[in-house]
Structures are given as C-alpha cells and as structure tokens.
Ligand binder design. Structure first.
Ligand code: MN
Length: 732
C-alpha cells in the first residue's frame, strides 16, 4: 500500500475549498461565505473516513460537484451548500434532521430530493423508471435538485477511470439514455456535450481517441482556415462599431462520431466546426443587432437559404436563442455561423440558471419558453396515473425530442413535439376543441386528423359537437396531453356502457338464484378471463359475454363445489367430456366454457401452435405445445392421460406469450419497440424487463396475442427496428 501523506492531503483539500469560494465570490451575499464554510466542514467531518474508488479523499467529490454547480451551471449559495452535502444523508451517519437544524428547510428539501433519486437505475427496469419519475417530480418542485444531480453525474463521468469496467459501461449507458437528454432539455449544452463525449470515451474508446487525435492533427490547418475566413467579417463588424468576439470551435467528438456512423469518413465531414459571433448588445437592440451581423456576414459569403435557423425571434422551448446560418467559404466549404448576444451565449452554455439570472435583472422577456416547458412537465405529471414505465416512455417521447412550431388562425404560436399531428394541435389549443375535432385546414387546405404538423403551418381546427374521441385516435397522437384526454373520454364511454351490463348481469344472476356480490364478481372475472369488473360488465353489455355463458358459469360453480367434496372422482369426470367431443379431439376455442381446460404456463400455447391436451389430477385439462420442454416427459410417462387437441376458430381471445429481444443499446430503442407493439399492431403488453450491459440490451416481453399469425407479424416488425439483433419466442 502506498503511504498517504496526510498533511499534504489536508493542504490540498483546503486548496480546493478555497478555489470553490473564489469562484463563488461573485454570487455571494452577506453571510453566505459563512454558511458555505459550515457546510464544507460538516461534509468534511461526515466523510472523513471515506475514500473514492481512486483512493482520493471523498470530500474531493462534493467540492467538485459544488464547483460545477457554481462555475458551469451558475447556481448560487443554496445550491453550493446542497452540493457540498449531497451525499451525506445517503452515505454517512448524518440525518435529514441534522441538515434541517443546521441549514434550514430549503437545503433540506433539495438534499431530500437528491437522496430519493440517488438510486436511479440501480435495480432493474421498473425500479429505474420509478426513480426516473421521482426525478422528474423533483424537477417540477425545485429544478435545482436535478441540476445538482447533473453536476454530480458529470463529475462521476469525469472520474470514471477508477471504476471497474462493468460499472463504467452501466454508468455511461445511463448517462446517454437520460442525463444527456435531460441536460439538453434544460439548455445545458456544454454539459450535454461533455457527457456525450465521455459516454463515447468509455463505450467506443478506440473511435473516441481516433477522432480526438484527428481533431488535434488538423488543428493548425483549421486555425489557418478560420483566420482567413473571419478576416473580412472582423473588418466589417469593426467598421460597423460592434463590440464582439468570434470563436471557432470544432464540433464535439460525439457529434462527429455520429456523422461518421453514416459511413462518412472524418475527412469528408465538411462542417467539423462552427464559427460563433458573440456580440455585446443592449437588451433593446439584441434582435436588430443579430440580423445586422447576419447581413454583414452574408455580404462576404453566400448563405445556404435552406440552412437559416432563427431562434432569436422564436426561442427553443429550453430557452435557447441564436441565429444560425450556413455560408459558402472562398475555398468551397460550407461553414456554420452562429450569431448571438452575450446573454444568449451564456444561456446557451449554462442553461437554466443563467436564464433566471437574466430574468431577475429584467433584461429579458424571453424566459417564456422554459417556463412553459416546466409548466408542461407539471401538467404531464398531474395527468399521469399509468405505470412508471409508461411515464418514462411518454416523458422521453415528449420532452427529449425537438419541437415544431405552428400557428393558430389568429397567429398564436404553438410549440409541439416533432411528429405531432393536427389532432395534437387541436388538443394543444383546448381539450374541448380536441375532443370534438373533425378535421383541420392547414394553410387553407383540408387535411385529415392524422396530418403531421410542419414548421410554420397555420392550422385551423374544424369541430363538430357530434364528434367524440375514438380508440383510433390513440394511433396518431404523440403528445401526452392529447393521449390522456382521449383515454379519459374512452373510459367514460366504457363506464356508461358497463352500467347497462351490470344491470343485465344482475337480473340474470337473480334469475339463477345468485347474488351479485364481491365474491361472485371475482369468480366471474376469473371464469371469463377479463381484467376487471368494468371489462366484465362492458363485455356483457356488448354481448361478448352472453346469457348462456352466464348459465355455464353457474354450472362451473356447482361443479367446483362438488369437486371439493369428492376430489378422487375428478380424473374420471374430466376425461369423459373430452371424449364426448369431436371424436377424441378437444376443440379449443368454442368449448372454452363447456370443458374445464386451461393453457399450460410452462409453454403458453397460442392458436396456430401444435398442441395436445393433458389431463391433470387437480386442474382439469392443460393445453401444452408439442415442443414444450415438459412434453417429452408427460407424453412418455403418462400417455394415457394425453388427448388430442386442435384449435377451433376463436372468438376474440388473447393469449399470453413471451418474446426475447436482443439488441444494441441506444437512446429510444425501448420506445421504438413498445411503439411497434402497441401502436402498429395494437397488441397488449403485460410486462417488459430490460437488462443492458456492455452496450447490449436483452429484454423479455410478455404480451397478449390472438394467434401465431399475429405473433409472426410482430416478430418480423420488431426485427426490422434498427439496432435490434434478434427476436425470438421463449421456449418456456
Ligand atoms: Mn455524489
């Protein structure tokens, strides 16, 4: 073991702490330094016997996280204190009450939030989804929790070297799956880019260093190019009396890597870097200045008209403001130029916190975008009563994708996630308009509800009081607001219909001298294999469950009572009906209610499978697949109990089956899979478990399908998803 120079180490701790204080100085008010000092010593004391995997004193980590919070995110004293103490409740003897007593309620609630979400991804996928939900909940409570979490994650990624390989991969995958998109969403571009680059460093190390090396090699050539390129711009901007700064930066390793994945070589990627013009501008002149500079630049270089992006007039929902254009250089290369003011630049780099700093000084009226975004986060949280996994998918789908801008006939701007339809737009205006939406006119032309909104569309929604949401609508809405409202309305309809069903069944049962109580309802649910009493009543009202079926139900109840008394006669009882039907062959489907049979859990047969029936002692006839792992043993040892079985035409029955999916882990893949299953084929998912490691993921899906044909179609469609390697039906 290496001897540790404690004295040297203590000096280093103090140095790092002093550096933090120095960086924080501009944001400190009276008494703040004292609180930070108190937090630092509390943390130092609590972590005093702990070391990081690298062997360094643990306190380096909270200091570094606090430093990121102040230096790279622009947070203030409360956050610095919370960052210093972010791991103490989880990892040391200190309790929340101690924090409350010494640092007050604000810091306590932030640390409480951080502790609650600390286990994100630690255990399996539904737990991970649940934790993600918690994280988003805290996001709407106090966004600082998530900002500090991001600082924590960034420092862990920066120091990932000392972790064992499998941990590196796990942490890196989580980072690219959730943290980088979250950073992007909160407008923390610098952090997002660094997280992505670090992800690549640990998952495709070779490519990472290859690209980094090439960026370095080409630096002097690039610097010369940039110098020549900006010379006329600089000259003209100076003439026009602008105070400005021009930066020429290579794009991130990750984004170059992404482009190279499309089979482009490093040398072929033309826009390896972007030029950024940052102007010192008065608040009231910001927009005009940006456009003046655009005009000056395009005097020297021809712009590509297709590549103009104006996020100055309409900021992105995460608050990003900038004017982007791509121009042709004198040497025939396209160059991306970003024009923005100092304020816009700081917001682009540091995101959320910088945003609010400007809001406080009153120099901007552009924070509406981010505020609206957080408002939507709250809205979606309030609406959601479905599972955590659905929530995560929904959230990722809605908030991690780019947006599209469209206008109402009166010119009011609506921002929707990319891929939204006219129907989403209708719900965005008002849920009442959405619910009665008949169609839409886009730029004066009639379009269907499923029309996909494009940037700049002006959309007029046509409504009718007779119109109401239908099941089909769920196929082409993407916003969770629309989805939730449609589902609510369908549920309402179903409830009304079910009321009628309840009356019918009550009358029938009275007739059969049975009472409609909890116990009977439970028996009915099991007997008819439905999910809930609502489904039961609905099926009765719709005639899916008919009067004779209810009679059979009564018979089966009596049979059960009888069997309980004399279990030894069971086997005889059961073989008989099977023999009386269809010449020794059990027809599966029509006779569901006549014979006591069920599907074996070991192989979950579905219509179309080769099957046989097996007479069990206590559970009636079990239907197995002929290739069931237990078949050989059953047939060879108990041949006399085997009966032939084949599928008859079915009513709308669903069967549980399970699929194994293997693929390369990437952002959005789970979403792609569930979309194929539930949107395209409308198959119900019972459960999904996904495990990922080494950049691969393996998932097991339990689904309800009608027959092998549907299952085969599903497998083919799933196999067609990019990055899916194999899809197989489980043998058990
Ligand atoms: Mn930590």
């Amino acid at each position: 073991m290496l001897a540790i120079d404690i004295e040297q180490e203590n000096k280093e701790i103090i140095n790092r702490y002093r550096k933090l204080l120095k960086l924080a100085k501009p944001v400190l008010k009276d008494g703040d330094a004292k609180i930070i000092k108190k937090a630092f010593y509390a943390s130092l004391q609590a972590h005093k016997d702990m070391r990081r995997k690298s062997g360094e004193p643990y306190i380096y980590h909270p200091i570094a996280v606090a430093q990121i919070a102040v230096e790279e995110i622009g947070l203030g004293t409360t956050s610095i204190v919370a960052a210093l103490l972010h791991d103490v409740v989880e990892d040391t003897h200190l309790e929340l009450e101690d924090i409350q007593r010494d640092f007050g309620p604000k810091v306590t609630s932030i640390i409480d939030g951080l502790t609650k979400i600390s286990g994100v991804f630690e255990h399996g996928s539904s737990q991970q989804a649940e934790n993600f939900r918690k994280m988003v909940l805290t996001l709407s409570d106090d966004v600082r929790v998530v900002l500090i979490k991001l600082a924590d994650r960034l420092h862990n990624m920066r120091t990932l070297d000392s972790m064992p390989r499998e941990k590196q991969l796990k942490i890196a995958s989580e980072t690219i799956y959730l943290y980088a998109p979250l950073a992007h969403r909160l407008g923390l571009y610098a952090i997002k880019t660094e997280l992505e680059d670090l992800y690549l460093k640990y998952t495709d190390t070779e490519k990472y260093f290859e690209i980094a090396g090439k960026i370095k090699q080409t630096k002097s050539a690039r610097d010369k190019f940039i110098k020549d390129f900006i010379a006329p711009i600089t000259e003209n901007l100076e003439k026009a009396d602008f105070k400005f700064e021009i930066k020429g930066r290579p794009k991130s390793i990750f984004s170059i890597w992404n482009k190279m994945k499309g089979h482009t070589s490093f040398e072929e990627i033309y826009d390896l870097f972007a030029i950024r013009v940052i102007v010192d501008s008065q608040p009231e002149n910001e927009k005009a200045d940006c456009w003046k500079i655009y005009s000056i630049i395009t005097d020297s270089y021809k712009p590509n008209p297709d590549r103009l992006r104006d996020w100055v007039s309409t900021p992105k929902a995460n608050g990003y403001e900038s004017l982007h254009t791509t121009v042709m250089s004198n040497t025939g290369q396209w160059v991306e130029v970003q024009i923005r003011t100092k304020r816009m630049d700081e917001i682009a780099e540091k995101g959320y916190a910088a945003h609010w700093k400007y809001k406080e000084t009153g120099s901007s009226n552009k924070e509406a975008g981010l505020e609206a975004w957080l408002g939507k986060v709250r809205e979606i949280i309030e609406q959601h009563d479905s599972s955590a996994l659905d929530f995560m998918d929904d959230f990722r789908q809605n908030f991690f994708r780019d947006e599209v801008y469209a206008f109402t006939p009166k010119g009011e701007l609506k921002i929707l996630p990319n891929g939204s339809t006219a129907l989403d737009f209708a719900f965005e205006i008002h849920s009442h308009i959405g619910s009665h939406c008949l169609g839409a006119k886009v730029n004066q032309k009639l379009v269907p509800l499923s029309y996909i909104v494009k940037n700049g569309d002006q959309i007029e929604i046509l409504t009718s009081s007779k119109q109401k949401p239908s099941e089909d609508w769920l196929k082409f809405v993407v916003t969770s607001k629309a989805r939730a409202k449609i589902k609510d309305s369908l549920k309402e309809d179903k409830k009304k219909i079910a009321e009628e069903g309840k009356e019918i069944i009550q009358r029938k049962l009275e007739h059969l001298k049975l009472e409609l109580n909890n116990e009977t309802v439970q028996h009915l649910i099991t007997f008819f294999n439905v999910k809930s009493s609502l489904d039961l009543y609905y099926n009765v009202a719709k005639g899916i469950i008919e009067v004779p079926d209810i009679k059979r139900f009564k018979e089966s109840l009596e049979q059960k009572k009888f069997e309980k008394k004399e279990p030894e006669t069971k086997l005889n009882n059961l073989t008989k009906p099977a023999q009386t039907i269809g010449k020794d062959t059990l027809l599966i489907g029509d006779d569901l209610a006549k014979i006591d049979y069920s599907f074996a859990k070991c192989c979950n047969p579905i219509p179309g499978d080769d099957v046989f029936g097996f007479v069990t002692v206590s559970e009636g006839i079990k239907i197995h697949r002929t290739n069931c792992p237990n078949a050989v043993e059953l047939v060879s040892n108990f041949g006399y109990r085997v009966i032939k079985a084949k599928w008859n035409s079915q009513k709308e029955l669903s069967f549980l089956t399970s699929l194994n999916i293997i693929g390369t882990d990437r952002v959005g893949i789970i979403n792609d899979v569930t979309k194929v299953i539930s949107n395209e084929l409308r198959v119900n998912i019972r459960s999904i478990t996904i495990d990922s490691n080494d950049g691969m993921f393996e998932g097991s899906l339990m689904l309800f399908v009608n027959d092998t044909r549907q299952l085969d179609t599903l497998i083919t469609k799933l196999q067609a998803i990019p990055d899916i390697v194999s899809v197989t039906r489980s043998s058990v």
